[in-house]
Design a protein around this ligand. Structure first.
Ligand SMILES: [Zn+2]
Length: 485
């Protein structure tokens, strides 16, 4: 294990790279035994309990295992796109021939990350991999950074999540910055999100961003010196003036600058241009320094182009070849419920998880870009979905109402515990009441949406998190298992 970058690292208590202590081995053993038992007893995925047990046996086990990866820990954080970005990054690393441990089930708090590591580890040798790849919740980043040395942190974007989750956007931003500053990790940042791009000026930073999209692409407005029409305000770090935009892609994402001083969007080293974001896939030119690659991304929407850019930028920072980056993006197979494409009873279905206004607006924009979409929206208000559904009012469902109103036969099916709220939301967005089918029970809602699908039509399903879990079970009984099943 001869990585000279980490052997001199005194901030990490684990200097004995390669060999696991007896205590850490016991932790791995106990956690794996618990995990086996959980599975045998059919107690679900058990994604956190083994982590808790391992940490009880050896509190330093996360740091010890992470330190065994030859090339270090890569972390992905931010509000939206963590799972997809780390998924695309894993596809790129695999293509480039690297091995890695990855918390791909999305358990992204400290215990969940520990659990995923101890489950991949061998009791004797621990982790034998080039990298550890962690998707990390924004608030958990400083906690993980305190235990494990993180080589590189990728930040996707900062949007307001459900109001009842974290408080202020500013608080989230500070937590991420704290996580990066802990070990002065290399930061890979979204140049187009002013709240991300202005972070951690004191560490080595690599920026990614979109230069320009093909005309006609959905949801792109070109402006000169405008303020963003978004709930996320952004201010200049130098003089606290609200930033303005020469080009806005969505939300507060775009080419920003301060109108009062000369502070502006940094020029990204990893850039996309000639972006054609389609309803099911996208094409763009990817500039990595001086090299330009023609990329095909099997995912819809501009937000996923950003996810691909974030992954590409991280891989680029690790010296992965442009060819491997291009083909890793192309070979990416979608994750559970993240723009996941499937065929159900011979009919095309796309499932896109929604959980906050910005993400939902982008998901809706993808449906609207489809010429003739079938739509099923399922909203629950369990703890994992966020108890407060008022965020539905901040998402742009108006574009969907406008689109559906143009077609005399188009209808939307709404489902879940808060089906009625969603129906009211669509009504206020301008859709006539007789176009809204309310079916709170998801199996029936899915049945009716599939039955009403015209030949050639794709059914877009936009579920909140616990609806997505229900959908996974329903799809399995219908003989169309989703990924992660
Ligand atoms: Zn300024």
């Amino acid at each position: 294990m001869g990585d000279t970058n980490t052997t001199n690292d005194t901030s990490n208590p684990i200097i004995n790279q390669g060999k696991l202590s007896l205590r850490d081995r016991s932790a791995v053993f106990a956690a794996q035994a618990a995990s086996t038992l959980i599975k045998k007893m059919g107690l679900g995925l058990g994604s956190n309990l083994p982590g808790r047990i391992a940490r009880k046996v050896s509190p330093g086990v996360l740091g010890a295992l992470a330190a065994q990866s030859e090339k270090g820990v890569l972390a992905v954080t931010g509000t939206n796109g963590k799972s997809t970005t780390s998924g695309i990054l894993s596809s790129i690393l695999r293509t480039a021939g690297f091995t890695f441990a990855h918390n791909k089930q999305g358990a992204n708090l400290v215990t969940g990350i520990t659990a995923s590591l101890v489950q991949t580890a061998s009791i004797i040798d621990g982790i034998k991999a080039d990298y550890c790849l962690f998707e990390i919740d924004e608030a958990a980043l400083p906690l993980v950074a305190r235990e494990a040395h993180i080589k590189c942190v990728v930040v996707t974007n900062l949007f307001r999540d459900q109001l009842d989750r974290f408080g202020e956007l500013d608080t989230t931003s500070k937590l991420i910055a704290k996580g990066i500053m802990q070990d002065k990790s290399h930061a890979v940042l979204n140049a187009d999100d002013p709240n991300v791009a202005q972070m951690v000026p004191d560490v080595e930073r690599l920026f990614y961003g979109i230069e320009q999209v093909e005309s006609g692409a959905a949801s792109v407005c070109q402006v000169k010196g405008e303020k963003a029409d978004s709930t996320e305000l952004a201010y200049c770090r130098n003089c606290q003036t609200e930033v303005v935009y020469d080009r806005i892609f969505y939300g507060q994402i775009g080419h920003w600058r301060c109108p009062a001083c000369d502070h502006h969007r940094p020029t990204p080293q990893v850039r996309a241009f000639e972006v054609a974001a389609g309803p099911l896939s996208s094409r763009f030119k990817l500039a990595l320094g001086d090299r330009v690659e023609d990329c095909y991304l099997p995912l819809p929407g501009l937000f996923n182009v950003y996810n691909a850019l974030a992954a590409a930028a991280c891989a680029y920072s690790q010296g992965v070849s442009p060819e491997a980056i291009r083909s890793g993006i192309k070979e990416y197979t979608t994750l559970f419920g993240r723009s996941e494409k499937m065929t159900v009873e011979g009919k095309p279905v796309v499932v896109q998880l929604i959980k906050n206004p910005a993400g939902a607006t982008q998901a809706v924009a993808s449906c609207v870009a489809d010429s003739n979409p079938g739509i099923l929206i399922a909203i629950n208000d369990n703890l994992a979905d966020g108890r407060d559904v008022s965020w539905l009012w901040d998402a742009d469902f108006e574009q969907l109402a406008t689109k559906l109103s143009l077609d005399a036969d188009a209808k939307v099916t709404v489902s879940g515990q808060r089906a009625e709220d969603m129906a009211i939301r669509m009504k206020y967005a301008g859709l006539a009441a007789d176009r809204i089918i309310v079916q709170p029970r998801l199996p029936q809602a899915l049945r009716s949406a599939l039955d009403n699908l015209a030949p050639g039509q794709t059914l877009w399903i936009l579920p909140t998190y616990t609806n997505l879990l229900d959908l996974q079970k329903i799809m399995k009984t219908m003989g169309a298992p989703m990924s992660g099943t």
